[in-house]
Design a protein around this ligand. Structure first.
Ligand SMILES: [Mn+2]
Length: 355
């Protein structure tokens, strides 16, 4: 059985942010870090924060590469929410490459018209899909050592302590989801949510925004996420937003937003996460609230200034490509060099110090 809470490599390491299927960016970054991805050797061990895959051009190439580095003992990788979706067999926008769905697409609104954009992504073969799923099932949820913790989205002591030492993430996750569902039934929340759903459908149409608050739907969305230990670790805790602030992202109208757990993190060990689509320089992500707001884009954060998000939104390149951009992208693939606390980017010659 996979060990869910594993020991992080000792000594100096490089921690790589969410790759989201951006295989060229990963190759470029690894070379800059002194890792030869072809021979599978690295100057220092590489730690991936998860979300290897998504809407980028070649998720299969990224997984093949990381699998090889992990096999060779030069890399570790924690599970991200995109890998988790695949373990849960969820059909999500951006994982058509795994399911063999070449019509997988996202919507934008242009001059009042909803436009569909197909993801031109390399598809996994059946044989690859099986191997990838088996690999994702071996990934730990958290990596830890004396001075440092690595988790995809959120370090929350309660969620970490609820993890068994060993376990199958997919079946554990389904069991927790069932328990939460039974709790909703006991609380009467399920009936109320069902009634709201009957009235408002699945909230997946950008051009059909909700016309009133849906309190049961919002409370259920919050608790389904925040009471589920695996979801908390891989995609963070969530809290309800006032109705005036509901927003459309990832193909759905959202009634909850991400909770800024890092502003409440008081432990001594530093934590490095990905997941939060942090902005690089002045790269504004339109229509999407940016919870990871620090004074400068290279800041550590939290009361002890020891939490760092290394996701610099390389995952946004699919949007920029569909707008005709081929270089000078707003986001980048980053790596945090520890203990030096230097930040390397796939497309920058020199590392920058963090602050
Ligand atoms: Mn993520």
């Amino acid at each position: 059985m996979p060990v869910l809470h594993q020991r992080l490599f000792s000594g100096p390491i490089d921690i790589v942010g969410d790759v989201h299927g951006e295989s060229d960016a990963l190759m470029a970054l690894l070379w800059r870090l002194g890792c030869d991805p072809e021979r599978g050797v690295a100057e220092r061990p590489i730690v991936f924060v998860g979300d290897l895959v998504d809407r980028g051009p070649d998720s299969p190439a990224v997984v093949e590469l990381v699998m090889r580095l992990v096999d060779q003992g030069v890399a570790q990788c924690v599970l991200g929410n995109h890998e988790l979706n695949i373990l849960f067999d969820l059909e999500k926008e951006g994982n058509g490459w795994f399911r063999g769905d070449a019509s997988d697409s996202y919507q934008t609104e242009e001059n009042g018209q909803v436009v569909d954009h197909i993801f031109p992504s390399v598809q996994a073969t059946k044989q690859q899909a099986e191997r990838f799923r088996a690999f994702f099932a071996t990934m730990p949820l958290v990596l830890e050592r004396e001075d440092l913790r690595v988790v995809h989205a959120c370090w929350y002591e309660k969620a970490v302590s609820q993890l068994p030492v060993e376990g199958d993430v997919a079946s554990l996750g389904r069991q927790w989801a069932k328990d939460i569902h039974m709790d909703f039934k006991r609380r009467g929340l399920w009936e109320l949510e069902k009634a709201e759903r009957a009235e408002f459908g699945d909230l997946k149409r950008l051009d059909i925004p909700p016309t009133r608050d849906l309190p049961a739907h919002a409370e259920a969305a919050q608790d389904r996420q925040s009471l589920h230990p695996i979801k908390v670790l891989t995609s963070g805790r969530e809290v309800r937003v006032p109705f005036e602030e509901v927003f459309f992202v990832g193909g759905k109208w959202r009634f909850v937003r991400r909770f800024d757990w890092w502003n409440h993190y008081e432990d001594e060990q530093a934590v490095v996460v990905g997941h939060y689509w942090r902005r690089r320089q002045n790269a504004w992500v339109e229509g999407k609230p940016d919870p990871w707001s620090t004074a400068t884009p290279t800041d550590w954060t939290g009361p002890r200034n020891n939490v760092f998000c290394v996701d610099y939104s390389v995952g946004r390149r699919f949007v920029e490509r569909s707008q005709g951009k081929t270089e000078s992208f707003s986001g980048g693939l980053a790596a945090l060099r520890w203990p030096e606390r230097l930040l390397f980017f796939d497309d920058a010659d020199e590392p920058v110090p963090t602050t």
